[in-house]
Design a binder for this molecule. Structure first.
Ligand SMILES: *Cc1c(COP(=O)(O)O)cnc(C)c1O
Length: 406
């Protein structure tokens, strides 16, 4: 928090705009459109709400308006990022569709274009792709966009974690037919909650505004021709976002310094940082490590527990996370891939070889993994990356990690 957040929330309270309309909302929509270069932005209650309306919008564009009580994607498959937070993909299920998970690649940990191409070979009728930029690192957009274009598919772009990151100089959040950002408490810009939907279509922007405010028709009474949602952002939340937005670039440079310090000071260990294409600029939202395969001690994970056997010169995510926790520092496992989640155990999963579900379908999963997502989940971890972290705190974290490999 920088102080301006309080100024704008106080302003809303003083002027009695304590509602889902007000100057803060208008102002952040303008600021986000200016930052990203996108024509229209709609401030919503969360990134998840934005994803829901983005997916619904694309579903209706492709398949028409469903009957009341039916989803826009009923009986339809949708290709989705596999290594992401579940909020990316849940809206496909909200709209009655079936997510088909696409494996990741090692360069950016995002959707693998070869696996996406394979998926279109297997399911040629699919017309929608939901893609996330993991941990603030842009996905391979030119390849992925070309594949979508070739197969006449729309793209929903989840830039919840990557606000401010650029792919070949272009802001993430500008690649999807519809894109979204999040202002959840853990994101690089926060409003405590909140999100936004981005589009270049005025018609789509109006539709989303209407849906997000209970689908009221222009009439003297509450008149409804279609289903509505209460998804509009609060003007109080928008005040916090408004205060934060001028600090986006400062937050990115703090995050970058944290990433580079980890990279430099862990260089001699058998680990690598989460990588990115040199033409791209991530926002460095989370610094992550992946342990070289030959430096992994044995580790097994069940649905809710992990065990490992400590070995000299080797380590594993579980050992490092426990060591950090013992010093009151919080790391996290890598987001567990969607194809390994019990809730999605019946959904198809496509690797680069077009290779169905593979061994990681099982609940119990060993260190040696058959697909990229399961492998990164097994060998990777998210490091403490808060931009308020002091040099001394980061030094302690680095010392603890080094000790794990002794
Ligand atoms: C946080 C996040 C979301 C959800 O955003 P909320 O504002 O928390 O609803 C969606 N996708 C990804 C990749 C996220 O990290």
């Amino acid at each position: 928090m920088h102080g301006d957040e309080r100024k704008w929330t106080d302003d809303a309270i003083r002027k009695n705009w304590v509602s889902t309309v007000g100057e803060n909302i208008n102002e952040i929509e303008r600021m986000i459109a200016a930052k990203t270069g996108r024509q229209y932005t709609e401030a919503l209650s969360s990134g998840t709400a934005a994803l829901h309306l983005a997916v619904k919008l694309c579903g209706e564009k492709l398949y028409g308006q469903p009957k009341v009580g039916h989803g826009a994607l009923e009986g339809r498959r949708v290709f989705c990022s596999d290594m992401t937070f579940d909020a990316t993909v849940n809206p496909v299920a909200y709209e009655g569709g079936e997510a088909v998970f696409i494996d990741s690649e090692y360069d950016t940990w995002n959707m693998n274009p070869d696996a996406l191409e394979k998926a279109f070979e297997i399911y040629p009728d699919v017309r929608l792709v939901v893609l996330a930029h993991l941990y603030g690192t842009p996905a391979k957009m030119s390849e992925l966009q070309a594949i979508c274009k070739k197969h006449d598919a729309l793209m929903v772009e989840d830039a919840a974690e990557s606000f401010g990151a650029t792919y070949r100089g272009q802001q993430t959040g500008t690649f999807g037919d519809v894109s979204i950002l999040s202002f959840n408490g853990n994101k690089i810009i926060t409003g405590s909650s909140g999100g936004t939907l981005l589009t270049d279509s005025e018609v789509d922007a109006h539709k989303v505004r209407k849906w997000s405010t209970q689908s009221r028709e222009d009439a003297p009474w509450y008149q409804h021709e279609e289903l509505g949602y209460n998804y509009r952002m609060s003007n109080i939340i928008a005040g916090i976002v408004r205060g934060q937005l001028p600090y986006l670039e400062e937050h990115i440079s703090q995050k970058k310094a944290i990433y580079e310090r980890y990279r430099d000071e862990l260089e001699d260990l058998p680990v690598k940082m989460n990588s990115f294409n040199p033409d791209d600029t991530p926002n460095y939202w989370l610094s992550c490590l992946i342990i070289d395969p030959n430096a992994m001690c044995r580790q097994v994970r069940s649905g809710n527990e992990a065990l490992y056997i400590s070995e000299p010169g080797k380590s594993c995510p579980t050992e490092i996370l426990e060591a950090l926790a013992a010093f009151n520092a919080e790391g996290r496992p890598i987001w567990k891939p969607m194809h390994m989640q019990p809730v999605y155990r019946m959904n198809p999963f496509i690797t680069r070889d077009g290779n169905g579900r593979g061994r990681s379908n099982a609940y119990i999963q060993e260190s040696a993994a058959p697909d990229v997502g399961a492998d990164i989940f097994s060998r990777g971890l998210c490091l403490p990356s808060d931009n308020k972290m002091t040099d001394q705190e980061q030094e302690n974290v680095i010392r603890i990690i080094r000790a794990c490999f002794r």
